[in-house]
Design a protein around this ligand. Structure first.
Ligand SMILES: Cc1ncc(COP(=O)(O)O)c(C=O)c1O
Length: 374
């Protein structure tokens, strides 16, 4: 049996006719940039997340970059975030000449530890302009505490919700829990387009207006530039694809949750004990399981074995950001964030996409059980 980590072809087969007809309409219109599909998608995503405004941009990375710019972050400022995330969370901070300041994660959710954040800000919040909690793998960070700490220290809250569209925290949608919500439509995301794309959500009209200016070189009126922005537009073809997919997003997230439940049941029956720890979802959270990440013993050997047996897996992420070469100048050292460093050696993402069949889930778990029985 061959079980890929993600098989997008299965999804594509189901929606191909619908998507192709929408793409044809865009081509027939010959209107490719910032047209009716982008406008409609912005309204639909805002409503979906429970935010007032949404601004389409070129990628999830740009969503974070533009949100930071709209929050007024610039050279010399500090922005607090987690070292256990995809690179662009911290990369965007550094690109603006600001300094990423890391806070360790919780060992069960892998999200930023709010107590550690509180301790850091108590020690010193000088120069800190914003905090970026990342809703990793599909589960929101502990937003009540983060928001109240941010409020007390006058920080902007920029949610990195790239992996978590549709996730809920205390029944409220990811992207509507802070000052800005940043989404990625990279193909492997739950709502993925046919290339790159992203979106920023906000409840504030002025911020939305600033984001719209920033994505179009800082202009409100053609060829007149009030601030310095960039070209970061979402195009019509991507927006048309996303509008079709958005209609299925809840159903797909439900399928991911069903598969996660099945894995938990299979692992608990497999007698693997503490060799495999399944993901922990807090009761206030509804996860959309962009990734299903287990903590395992002998991770690298297991991964190799799974590959030999036709099971795809991935390591998100093998090295914490404070240990990356490009951030050497920040002065962190190994041992500074023990939880991040420890989970980086144990995490393994398993196939979770909604179209997986029951037999495939059973095969993944029985192959893992075989490995540990040897
Ligand atoms: C947590 C996180 N932040 C940011 C991004 C960046 O998104 P993109 O790849 O669309 O630039 C990603 C996606 O890869 C991500 O997973």
């Amino acid at each position: 049996m061959n079980v890929k980590l993600l098989d997008l072809e299965r999804q594509y087969r189901k929606i191909k006719n619908e998507v192709m007809s929408e793409i044809k309409s865009v081509c027939d219109s010959q209107h490719y940039v910032l047209g009716s599909n982008v406008k409609a998608l912005e309204e639909e995503i805002a409503a979906y997340c429970g935010a007032k405004y949404a601004v389409g941009v070129a990628s999830g990375t740009d969503a974070i970059l533009l949100a930071l710019m709209a929050a007024g972050v610039g050279p010399g400022d500090k922005v607090v975030t987690t070292p256990y995330t995809f690179f662009s969370t911290a990369g965007s901070i550094a690109l603006l000449g600001a300094k990423p300041v890391f806070v360790d994660i919780e060992p069960d959710t892998f999200n930023i530890d709010p107590d550690e954040l509180g301790r850091l800000l108590k020690r010193s919040s000088k120069g800190v302009k914003a905090v970026i909690p990342v809703h990793l793998y599909g589960q929101c960070a502990e937003m009540d505490t983060i928001r109240s700490l941010a409020h007390n220290h006058s920080l902007s809250v920029i949610e990195d919700a790239a992996q978590s569209i549709g996730a809920r925290y205390k029944k409220r949608g990811a992207g509507a829990l802070g000052d800005f919500g940043c989404f990625s439509f990279y193909p492997t995301k739950n709502l993925g387009c046919f290339g790159d794309g992203g979106m920023v959500t906000t409840n504030n009209r002025q911020r939305a207006e600033k984001l719209r200016m920033l994505r179009g070189h800082g202009s409100r009126r053609r060829y007149y530039y009030d601030i310095v922005g960039t070209n970061s537009r979402l195009d019509e073809v991507q927006a048309a694809v996303l509008r079709v997919k958005l209609k299925y997003l809840d159903e797909w997230a439900e399928g991911r949750r069903r598969n996660a439940g099945k894995y938990t049941e299979l692992f608990s029956k497999s007698g693997l004990g503490d060799a495999v720890t399944v993901p922990e979802i807090r009761k206030e959270n509804l996860s959309v399981y962009n990734q299903y990440v287990v903590l395992v013993k002998k991770r690298d050997r297991l991964r190799k074995y799974l590959a030999e047996k036709g099971v795809g897996s991935e390591i998100y992420y093998p090295m914490s950001l404070h240990q990356q070469k490009c951030f050497k100048e920040l002065g962190y050292k190994t041992g500074d964030f023990p939880v991040s460093e420890s989970v980086a050696k144990k995490t393994l993402a398993l196939p979770i996409y909604p179209e997986l069949k029951a037999g495939e889930l059973r095969y993944v778990v029985s192959t893992i059980a075989d490995f540990y029985s040897k």
